[in-house]
Design a protein around this ligand. Structure first.
Ligand SMILES: [Ca+2]
Length: 97
């Protein structure tokens, strides 16, 4: 539940920060966020609300991507870090940023 509240807050902040042109992409943004949250919950096997490098690797994610997603370099990936990385990747793929 706390993850969804945090993710919802993050989504609200992100959606109010995006330009009107990007606002039209909200359904895609929502899908990316839902997928990121789902993956985060599946990977967080110890329910610590953060992903260790071991959990990251066990989930099949690329080891070299861990340090890129760990934006605050604290050695763990929080839900907002994962959502931000997922959105950045999705918009880069769409050529929207
Ligand atoms: Ca982190």
């Amino acid at each position: 539940m706390r993850i969804f509240v945090t993710a919802s807050l993050g989504l609200a902040l992100l959606t109010t920060a995006i330009t009107p042109a990007l606002a039209a992409r909200r359904p895609a943004v929502r899908a990316v966020v839902v997928q990121a949250v789902t993956r985060f919950q599946a990977a967080d096997t110890d329910n610590s609300r953060s992903l260790s490098s071991d959990e990251w690797s066990a989930a099949g994610a690329k080891t070299e991507a861990f340090t890129l997603v760990d934006a605050n370099a604290n050695g763990a990936i929080g839900i907002l870090e994962l959502i931000k990385a997922a959105l950045t990747r999705a918009f880069a793929r769409a050529g929207a940023n």
